[in-house]
Design a protein around this ligand. Sequence first.
Ligand code: GLY
Length: 355
Amino acid sequence: METQKIIISGNLGEEVEEAVGRLSPDRLFLLTDHTTRDLCLPRLRECSRLIANMEASHQISIGATDDNKTLESLVDVWTALGEGGATRHSMMINLGGGMVTDLGGFAASTFKRGIAYVNIPTTLLSMVDAAVGGKTGINFRGLKNEIGVFNAADTVILDTGFLRTLDRENLCSGYAEMVKHGLISDRQTLDELLSFDLGDVDYARLSDMVAASVAVKERIVAADPHEKGLRKALNLGHTAGHALESLAMEEGRTVLHGYAVAWGLVCELWLSVVHCGFPTPLMRQVAQFVRENYGHFAITCKEYDRLYDFMLHDKKNTAGSICFTLLGEVGDIRLDQHVSREDIFEMLDFFREGL
Ligand code: GLY
Protein backbone atom coordinates (compact mmCIF):
# COMPACT_ATOMS: atom_id res chain seq x y z
CA MET A 1 0.00 0.00 0.00
CA GLU A 2 1.28 3.47 -0.89
CA THR A 3 2.01 5.73 2.07
CA GLN A 4 -0.33 8.64 2.42
CA LYS A 5 0.55 12.25 3.00
CA ILE A 6 -0.96 13.47 6.27
CA ILE A 7 -1.27 17.21 6.70
CA ILE A 8 -2.13 18.92 9.97
CA SER A 9 -3.94 21.81 8.42
CA GLY A 10 -2.96 25.42 8.82
CA ASN A 11 -4.71 26.69 5.72
CA LEU A 12 -7.37 24.32 4.45
CA GLY A 13 -7.98 26.03 1.11
CA GLU A 14 -4.31 26.09 0.13
CA GLU A 15 -3.78 22.51 1.22
CA VAL A 16 -6.74 21.24 -0.79
CA GLU A 17 -5.56 23.05 -3.89
CA GLU A 18 -2.01 21.79 -3.39
CA ALA A 19 -3.20 18.18 -2.93
CA VAL A 20 -5.33 18.36 -6.07
CA GLY A 21 -2.70 20.32 -8.03
CA ARG A 22 -0.02 17.74 -7.30
CA LEU A 23 -1.97 15.06 -9.19
CA SER A 24 -3.61 17.45 -11.69
CA PRO A 25 -6.68 15.24 -12.26
CA ASP A 26 -8.78 15.65 -15.40
CA ARG A 27 -11.94 15.94 -13.27
CA LEU A 28 -12.47 16.49 -9.58
CA PHE A 29 -15.37 15.00 -7.61
CA LEU A 30 -16.47 15.78 -4.08
CA LEU A 31 -18.34 13.36 -1.81
CA THR A 32 -20.24 14.53 1.27
CA ASP A 33 -23.11 13.18 3.31
CA HIS A 34 -26.16 15.38 3.71
CA THR A 35 -24.89 16.70 7.06
CA THR A 36 -21.37 17.60 5.92
CA ARG A 37 -22.82 19.02 2.69
CA ASP A 38 -24.87 21.47 4.77
CA LEU A 39 -22.45 22.13 7.65
CA CYS A 40 -18.88 21.62 6.40
CA LEU A 41 -18.93 22.20 2.64
CA PRO A 42 -19.71 25.96 2.97
CA ARG A 43 -16.47 26.38 4.93
CA LEU A 44 -14.50 24.52 2.24
CA ARG A 45 -16.13 26.62 -0.49
CA GLU A 46 -15.18 29.80 1.34
CA CYS A 47 -11.51 28.94 1.51
CA SER A 48 -11.01 27.18 -1.84
CA ARG A 49 -11.86 28.67 -5.25
CA LEU A 50 -11.42 25.23 -6.77
CA ILE A 51 -14.24 23.85 -4.62
CA ALA A 52 -16.38 26.99 -4.92
CA ASN A 53 -16.26 26.69 -8.72
CA MET A 54 -16.90 22.94 -8.95
CA GLU A 55 -19.61 21.78 -11.32
CA ALA A 56 -22.76 20.74 -9.47
CA SER A 57 -22.75 17.38 -11.28
CA HIS A 58 -19.37 16.59 -9.71
CA GLN A 59 -20.71 17.04 -6.19
CA ILE A 60 -22.11 13.82 -4.78
CA SER A 61 -24.00 13.56 -1.51
CA ILE A 62 -25.31 10.48 0.27
CA GLY A 63 -27.43 10.01 3.40
CA ALA A 64 -25.65 10.59 6.70
CA THR A 65 -25.12 7.93 9.42
CA ASP A 66 -23.72 4.43 9.31
CA ASP A 67 -26.90 2.80 7.99
CA ASN A 68 -26.14 4.48 4.65
CA LYS A 69 -22.78 2.75 4.36
CA THR A 70 -24.37 0.29 1.98
CA LEU A 71 -23.99 -1.25 -1.43
CA GLU A 72 -26.87 0.99 -2.60
CA SER A 73 -25.01 4.17 -1.61
CA LEU A 74 -21.88 2.79 -3.23
CA VAL A 75 -23.79 2.20 -6.47
CA ASP A 76 -25.06 5.81 -6.27
CA VAL A 77 -21.49 7.08 -5.98
CA TRP A 78 -20.19 4.89 -8.83
CA THR A 79 -23.16 6.02 -10.96
CA ALA A 80 -22.47 9.69 -10.25
CA LEU A 81 -18.79 9.21 -11.10
CA GLY A 82 -19.72 7.50 -14.36
CA GLU A 83 -22.34 10.07 -15.33
CA GLY A 84 -19.96 12.90 -14.41
CA GLY A 85 -17.39 11.53 -16.86
CA ALA A 86 -14.82 10.30 -14.33
CA THR A 87 -11.81 8.57 -15.86
CA ARG A 88 -8.90 6.77 -14.26
CA HIS A 89 -7.18 10.19 -14.10
CA SER A 90 -9.97 11.77 -12.06
CA MET A 91 -9.87 12.36 -8.33
CA MET A 92 -12.31 12.39 -5.45
CA ILE A 93 -12.35 14.36 -2.21
CA ASN A 94 -14.23 12.78 0.71
CA LEU A 95 -15.48 15.39 3.17
CA GLY A 96 -17.06 13.83 6.24
CA GLY A 97 -16.86 11.36 9.08
CA GLY A 98 -15.81 7.73 8.92
CA MET A 99 -18.85 6.66 6.90
CA VAL A 100 -17.97 9.08 4.07
CA THR A 101 -14.22 8.41 4.11
CA ASP A 102 -14.71 4.60 4.26
CA LEU A 103 -17.37 4.44 1.55
CA GLY A 104 -15.83 7.20 -0.56
CA GLY A 105 -12.41 5.59 -0.29
CA PHE A 106 -13.87 2.26 -1.42
CA ALA A 107 -15.79 3.87 -4.31
CA ALA A 108 -12.62 5.63 -5.48
CA SER A 109 -10.47 2.53 -4.99
CA THR A 110 -12.71 0.40 -7.19
CA PHE A 111 -13.94 2.81 -9.87
CA LYS A 112 -12.08 1.98 -13.10
CA ARG A 113 -9.73 -0.08 -10.88
CA GLY A 114 -8.95 2.93 -8.75
CA ILE A 115 -8.78 6.70 -8.85
CA ALA A 116 -6.87 8.90 -6.42
CA TYR A 117 -8.68 10.29 -3.42
CA VAL A 118 -8.19 12.80 -0.64
CA ASN A 119 -9.81 12.55 2.79
CA ILE A 120 -10.88 15.61 4.74
CA PRO A 121 -12.25 14.11 7.96
CA THR A 122 -14.71 16.27 9.88
CA THR A 123 -15.20 14.25 13.09
CA LEU A 124 -12.66 13.39 15.78
CA LEU A 125 -13.23 9.67 15.17
CA SER A 126 -12.43 9.96 11.49
CA MET A 127 -9.44 12.28 12.12
CA VAL A 128 -7.65 9.95 14.51
CA ASP A 129 -8.80 6.66 13.01
CA ALA A 130 -11.07 6.05 10.02
CA ALA A 131 -9.62 8.51 7.51
CA VAL A 132 -6.03 7.45 8.16
CA GLY A 133 -4.47 4.12 7.26
CA GLY A 134 -6.18 3.03 4.05
CA LYS A 135 -9.00 0.81 5.35
CA THR A 136 -11.99 1.40 3.07
CA GLY A 137 -15.30 -0.39 2.78
CA ILE A 138 -19.01 -0.75 3.36
CA ASN A 139 -21.31 -2.74 5.65
CA PHE A 140 -22.91 -5.82 4.09
CA ARG A 141 -25.69 -8.18 5.25
CA GLY A 142 -25.66 -6.68 8.73
CA LEU A 143 -21.89 -6.97 9.15
CA LYS A 144 -19.80 -3.86 9.61
CA ASN A 145 -17.05 -3.17 7.06
CA GLU A 146 -17.58 -6.64 5.59
CA ILE A 147 -16.58 -5.65 2.05
CA GLY A 148 -13.64 -3.40 1.37
CA VAL A 149 -10.02 -2.99 0.39
CA PHE A 150 -6.84 -1.57 1.84
CA ASN A 151 -5.97 1.45 -0.28
CA ALA A 152 -4.55 4.64 1.18
CA ALA A 153 -5.82 8.10 0.36
CA ASP A 154 -3.31 10.15 -1.56
CA THR A 155 -3.58 12.88 1.10
CA VAL A 156 -5.42 13.24 4.40
CA ILE A 157 -5.97 16.83 5.51
CA LEU A 158 -6.74 17.17 9.21
CA ASP A 159 -8.41 20.46 10.03
CA THR A 160 -9.26 20.45 13.72
CA GLY A 161 -11.34 23.61 13.19
CA PHE A 162 -14.19 21.23 12.30
CA LEU A 163 -14.11 19.93 15.88
CA ARG A 164 -15.35 23.23 17.32
CA THR A 165 -18.86 22.49 16.12
CA LEU A 166 -18.82 18.77 16.94
CA ASP A 167 -21.25 17.74 19.69
CA ARG A 168 -19.95 16.35 22.99
CA GLU A 169 -21.01 12.72 22.27
CA ASN A 170 -19.14 12.61 18.97
CA LEU A 171 -16.14 14.27 20.56
CA CYS A 172 -16.08 11.62 23.31
CA SER A 173 -16.56 8.91 20.71
CA GLY A 174 -13.41 9.91 18.81
CA TYR A 175 -11.53 10.51 22.03
CA ALA A 176 -11.82 6.82 22.94
CA GLU A 177 -9.58 5.97 19.97
CA MET A 178 -7.10 8.56 21.25
CA VAL A 179 -7.07 6.87 24.67
CA LYS A 180 -6.41 3.60 22.85
CA HIS A 181 -3.45 5.20 21.05
CA GLY A 182 -2.19 6.44 24.44
CA LEU A 183 -2.43 2.95 25.93
CA ILE A 184 -0.35 1.42 23.15
CA SER A 185 2.22 4.26 23.31
CA ASP A 186 3.66 5.50 26.59
CA ARG A 187 2.69 6.54 30.08
CA GLN A 188 3.18 10.28 29.54
CA THR A 189 0.83 10.36 26.55
CA LEU A 190 -1.76 8.34 28.45
CA ASP A 191 -1.53 10.57 31.54
CA GLU A 192 -2.07 13.63 29.35
CA LEU A 193 -5.13 12.02 27.75
CA LEU A 194 -6.63 11.00 31.10
CA SER A 195 -6.19 14.50 32.53
CA PHE A 196 -8.00 16.22 29.64
CA ASP A 197 -11.37 17.78 30.47
CA LEU A 198 -13.90 16.64 27.87
CA GLY A 199 -16.56 18.79 29.53
CA ASP A 200 -14.66 22.04 28.94
CA VAL A 201 -12.58 21.44 25.83
CA ASP A 202 -9.29 23.30 25.31
CA TYR A 203 -9.31 23.17 21.49
CA ALA A 204 -5.72 24.33 21.05
CA ARG A 205 -4.51 21.53 23.32
CA LEU A 206 -6.84 19.05 21.65
CA SER A 207 -5.39 19.99 18.28
CA ASP A 208 -1.86 19.10 19.44
CA MET A 209 -3.14 15.87 20.95
CA VAL A 210 -4.87 14.94 17.69
CA ALA A 211 -1.60 15.43 15.79
CA ALA A 212 0.23 13.22 18.31
CA SER A 213 -2.52 10.60 18.16
CA VAL A 214 -2.51 10.42 14.38
CA ALA A 215 1.28 10.07 14.45
CA VAL A 216 0.84 6.90 16.57
CA LYS A 217 -1.49 5.39 14.00
CA GLU A 218 0.69 6.54 11.11
CA ARG A 219 3.76 4.86 12.61
CA ILE A 220 1.93 1.57 13.12
CA VAL A 221 0.32 1.55 9.68
CA ALA A 222 3.68 2.35 8.03
CA ALA A 223 5.20 -0.70 9.78
CA ASP A 224 2.30 -3.05 8.98
CA PRO A 225 -0.16 -1.65 6.41
CA HIS A 226 -2.13 -4.87 5.90
CA GLU A 227 -2.55 -5.88 9.56
CA LYS A 228 -0.37 -8.96 9.50
CA GLY A 229 1.16 -8.15 12.91
CA LEU A 230 1.73 -4.83 14.68
CA ARG A 231 -1.38 -3.15 13.24
CA LYS A 232 -3.44 -5.54 15.37
CA ALA A 233 -2.38 -3.28 18.27
CA LEU A 234 -5.01 -0.87 16.95
CA ASN A 235 -7.65 -3.50 17.78
CA LEU A 236 -7.16 -2.99 21.52
CA GLY A 237 -10.61 -2.60 23.06
CA HIS A 238 -12.35 -3.56 19.84
CA THR A 239 -13.09 -7.27 20.35
CA ALA A 240 -15.20 -6.61 23.45
CA GLY A 241 -16.17 -3.19 22.09
CA HIS A 242 -17.59 -4.51 18.81
CA ALA A 243 -19.55 -7.17 20.73
CA LEU A 244 -21.11 -4.51 22.99
CA GLU A 245 -21.80 -2.32 19.95
CA SER A 246 -23.47 -5.19 18.08
CA LEU A 247 -25.55 -6.16 21.13
CA ALA A 248 -26.62 -2.55 21.57
CA MET A 249 -27.66 -2.35 17.92
CA GLU A 250 -29.54 -5.65 18.06
CA GLU A 251 -31.45 -4.51 21.15
CA GLY A 252 -32.33 -1.13 19.63
CA ARG A 253 -30.19 0.87 22.06
CA THR A 254 -27.54 1.83 19.53
CA VAL A 255 -24.40 3.52 20.87
CA LEU A 256 -21.69 5.51 19.13
CA HIS A 257 -18.69 3.39 18.12
CA GLY A 258 -16.25 5.17 20.43
CA TYR A 259 -18.45 4.59 23.47
CA ALA A 260 -18.34 0.85 22.78
CA VAL A 261 -14.57 1.10 22.31
CA ALA A 262 -14.19 2.93 25.65
CA TRP A 263 -16.16 0.18 27.42
CA GLY A 264 -14.23 -2.45 25.42
CA LEU A 265 -10.94 -0.92 26.57
CA VAL A 266 -11.97 -1.36 30.21
CA CYS A 267 -12.96 -4.99 29.56
CA GLU A 268 -9.71 -5.75 27.77
CA LEU A 269 -7.58 -3.99 30.39
CA TRP A 270 -9.19 -6.29 32.94
CA LEU A 271 -8.11 -9.24 30.77
CA SER A 272 -4.67 -7.62 30.47
CA VAL A 273 -4.40 -7.57 34.28
CA VAL A 274 -5.34 -11.25 34.51
CA HIS A 275 -3.33 -12.54 31.55
CA CYS A 276 -0.40 -10.18 31.13
CA GLY A 277 0.18 -8.52 34.52
CA PHE A 278 -1.06 -5.06 33.49
CA PRO A 279 -1.05 -2.86 36.66
CA THR A 280 -4.42 -2.98 38.43
CA PRO A 281 -4.33 0.67 39.66
CA LEU A 282 -3.84 1.90 36.10
CA MET A 283 -6.68 -0.28 34.85
CA ARG A 284 -8.88 1.28 37.56
CA GLN A 285 -7.75 4.79 36.57
CA VAL A 286 -8.79 4.20 32.96
CA ALA A 287 -12.07 2.61 34.15
CA GLN A 288 -12.83 5.71 36.22
CA PHE A 289 -12.13 8.02 33.27
CA VAL A 290 -14.45 5.91 31.12
CA ARG A 291 -17.16 5.83 33.78
CA GLU A 292 -17.03 9.63 34.16
CA ASN A 293 -17.11 10.41 30.44
CA TYR A 294 -18.93 7.50 28.82
CA GLY A 295 -21.25 6.33 31.60
CA HIS A 296 -22.40 2.80 32.08
CA PHE A 297 -23.74 0.27 29.58
CA ALA A 298 -26.06 -2.11 31.40
CA ILE A 299 -25.78 -5.81 30.62
CA THR A 300 -27.13 -8.87 32.40
CA CYS A 301 -25.74 -12.42 32.68
CA LYS A 302 -28.43 -13.53 30.22
CA GLU A 303 -26.60 -11.56 27.51
CA TYR A 304 -23.19 -13.16 28.02
CA ASP A 305 -23.76 -15.97 25.52
CA ARG A 306 -24.82 -13.47 22.87
CA LEU A 307 -21.79 -11.25 23.58
CA TYR A 308 -19.53 -14.31 23.43
CA ASP A 309 -21.10 -15.24 20.11
CA PHE A 310 -20.40 -11.78 18.70
CA MET A 311 -16.77 -12.06 19.83
CA LEU A 312 -16.49 -15.50 18.26
CA HIS A 313 -17.62 -14.10 14.91
CA ASP A 314 -15.27 -11.13 15.00
CA LYS A 315 -13.45 -10.99 11.66
CA LYS A 316 -10.11 -10.54 13.45
CA ASN A 317 -10.23 -14.12 14.79
CA THR A 318 -8.47 -17.10 13.32
CA ALA A 319 -10.13 -20.54 13.10
CA GLY A 320 -12.87 -20.25 15.69
CA SER A 321 -10.74 -18.97 18.56
CA ILE A 322 -11.25 -15.49 20.05
CA CYS A 323 -8.16 -13.41 19.66
CA PHE A 324 -7.43 -10.28 21.72
CA THR A 325 -4.78 -7.60 21.69
CA LEU A 326 -3.77 -7.09 25.34
CA LEU A 327 -1.14 -5.10 27.25
CA GLY A 328 1.52 -6.04 29.81
CA GLU A 329 2.03 -2.33 30.55
CA VAL A 330 1.32 0.89 28.68
CA GLY A 331 3.06 0.39 25.33
CA ASP A 332 3.86 -3.29 26.03
CA ILE A 333 1.63 -4.77 23.33
CA ARG A 334 0.73 -8.47 23.39
CA LEU A 335 -0.83 -9.57 20.12
CA ASP A 336 -2.91 -12.70 19.41
CA GLN A 337 -3.88 -13.51 22.99
CA HIS A 338 -6.32 -16.42 23.18
CA VAL A 339 -8.64 -16.22 26.17
CA SER A 340 -10.95 -18.93 27.54
CA ARG A 341 -14.74 -18.64 27.63
CA GLU A 342 -14.56 -18.67 31.47
CA ASP A 343 -12.21 -15.68 31.53
CA ILE A 344 -14.37 -13.81 29.03
CA PHE A 345 -17.42 -14.39 31.25
CA GLU A 346 -15.44 -13.17 34.28
CA MET A 347 -14.44 -10.09 32.29
CA LEU A 348 -18.14 -9.48 31.62
CA ASP A 349 -18.86 -9.90 35.37
CA PHE A 350 -16.30 -7.19 36.08
CA PHE A 351 -17.81 -4.94 33.41
CA ARG A 352 -21.38 -5.54 34.62
CA GLU A 353 -20.58 -4.88 38.26
CA GLY A 354 -17.62 -2.54 38.13
CA LEU A 355 -18.51 0.03 35.53
N1 GLY B 1 -9.19 1.09 13.00
C1 GLY B 1 -8.09 0.24 13.15
C2 GLY B 1 -7.19 0.24 11.97
O1 GLY B 1 -7.25 1.13 11.14
O2 GLY B 1 -6.42 -0.66 11.81
